[in-house]
Design a protein around this ligand. Structure first.
Ligand SMILES: Cc1ncc(COP(=O)(O)O)c(C=O)c1O
Length: 495
């Protein structure tokens, strides 16, 4: 293949060349997945290390494919943080599973743009069918409209745009927010909600003053009583309360807001209820977890991310709303060249973006390859591993669990009773950093009640009991090391 140049008369690979390169690429991916457990989860590189190895300009003449594969090994892999690694416990552990990876390949081969039904009927129809499957699996109301977006951030943006469109007596789409006499709008979420909710308010012109953080209780759940008071106060002060973003599975601790009570307030106050289940949403596939999702059926909109805990490669976010008509009213704007006469669903009418990837193929392939029972088994096993780790932490007085563990994420801290708060923060940061540098696992941290807290977020299909055991061993020995030398000298030592 290397000597065959140019390739097909059109400059692309011929089918045979594609086959040859494709087999080599698949072999490369299979080998990568195979050796993943031996690679350090986080690469030991500094900013600029990778860019320095990429030529400043593209090649004038074609390069053979084997050289491209070689550069994956030599340039790219050394700088990859391996999200598909069994020790990836940072942020939210996720998996790009085999069928999902191949689904991406097929989607690229089709290279469709699903803006209209007509621009590729299968692209729209497989997507809508997959939304039906998700509704069924996750026990969501069967009449909700659903579609895929790239991220939960975009899904939440669309939800709040629809909320804004739904306000009676305001026509923001036409008049803008600054129209004379329009009240200022406010959205509420707990102080543990993901920053995407506030960002959506920035993007929608509500401003950061249009976003109010409601405090949480001792288990990091939104205080519904404070929400009710804040809404009443704001109304009295001339604000128009617009929406509440409740979270099932918050980013730091995976806490669960009291959705039924929040839904009562929303109903009483005519507020749009958006529920963010970006991470935890997949757990609704387990009948024993359904209680965590109580009240969700009363939401106006909902997001869960198949690319977080449903083994679908990034990106794929599932956005649902009971008011598909309102969402369409907010966004439908059809230029002449896209006018159609059929009465099919055109997904470009339901959001900001015109062009749409064929994301549903990878979701379809993952759901069929695992089966719902296979997915249940994996999610259950991740929750079990989290309970195992939390149990060990609880029993060891060098550590403490920092928040309840309703799903597969454990928040904890190293304890050093002799230290003040700032030394404790330093030591916990160092603990996570050192275990991460050992290559066994990537542990990130958050702040809870002002204190550095380590998170172990289990969501990778390759993470098993032996990996969690190794992480626990590394945590204990690193705790002992830090105790011996103290954080300040340990920091110096590790430089
Ligand atoms: C609860 C929650 N919502 C939203 C998001 C944003 O997700 P995305 O990266 O898909 O925008 C996250 C990210 O971790 C999250 O944890």
């Amino acid at each position: 293949m290397n000597e065959r140049n140019p390739h097909a008369p059109n400059g692309d690979w011929s089918p045979d060349e594609f086959r040859e390169a494709g087999l080599a690429a698949i072999e490369w991916v299979a080998r990568y997945l195979e050796r993943l457990p031996e690679l350090p989860v986080v690469p030991p590189v500094a900013p600029g290390d990778i860019a320095a190895q990429i030529p400043a300009s593209p090649p004038e003449d074609p390069e053979p494919f084997d050289r491209l594969l070689r550069d994956l090994d030599e340039i790219v892999v050394p700088g990859v943080t391996h999200w598909n690694h069994p020790g990836f416990l940072a942020y939210f552990g996720i998996t790009g599973s085999g069928p999902g990876i191949l689904g991406e390949l097929v989607a690229s081969a089709f290279n469709t743009n699903g803006m209209l039904w007509k621009s590729s009927p299968s692209t729209t129809e497989v997507e809508l069918a997959m939304m039906g499957w998700l509704r069924d699996m996750l026990d969501l109301p069967s009449d909700w409209f659903g579609m895929l977006t790239d991220t939960a951030s975009m899904s939440t943006f669309l939800a709040l745009a629809a909320a804004r469109e739904s306000v009676e007596g305001m026509d923001v789409r036409r008049e803008g927010l600054a129209a004379p006499g329009y009240p200022r709008l406010r959205v509420y979420a707990s102080d543990q909600a993901h920053s995407s909710a506030e960002k959506a308010c920035i993007g929608l012109g509500l401003g950061q003053v249009g976003f109010v953080k409601i405090p949480v209780d001792a288990e990091f759940r939104m205080r519904a009583d404070v929400l009710a008071e804040q809404v009443a106060q704001d109304r009295a002060a001339g604000w128009r309360p617009l929406a509440v973003v409740a979270t099932i599975g918050t980013t730091s601790t995976t806490s669960i807001d009291p959705v039924p009570e929040i839904a009562d307030i929303c109903e009483r106050e005519s507020l749009w209820l958006h529920v963010d289940g970006a991470y935890a949403g997949a757990a609704a596939v387990l009948p024993e977890m359904r209680d965590a999702f109580r009240g969700l059926e009363r939401a106006d909109s909902y997001v869960m991310n198949p690319h977080k805990w449903l083994f679908v490669p990034i990106d794929a976010s599932a956005f649902f709303t009971r008011h598909g008509d309102v969402l369409r009213r907010a966004f439908q704007l059809v230029p002449d060249y896209l006018h159609t006469t059929d009465d099919a669903v055109n997904l470009m009418d339901y959001g900001l973006q015109l062009g749409r990837r064929f994301r549903a193929i990878k979701l379809w392939w993952v759901l069929r390859t695992f089966g719902v029972n296979g997915i249940r088994e994996r999610i259950r096993s991740h929750c079990r591993l989290a309970q195992l780790l939390a149990g060990w932490i609880e029993e060891d007085d060098r550590f403490e669990v920092a928040a309840p563990v309703p799903f597969s994420t454990v928040c904890f801290r190293g304890r050093w009773p002799e230290c003040d708060e700032s030394e404790l923060d330093r030591r916990n940061e160092l603990l996570a950093e050192r275990v991460t540098r050992s290559g066994i696992a990537f542990l990130a941290h958050t702040r809870l009640e002002g204190r550095i807290t380590i998170r172990a977020a289990i969501g990778n299909l390759r993470t098993d009991t032996s990996r969690i055991e190794s992480v626990w061993r590394a945590l204990r020995s690193t705790h002992d090391e830090i105790t011996r030398v103290g954080a300040t000298s340990a920091q110096g030592e590790s430089r």
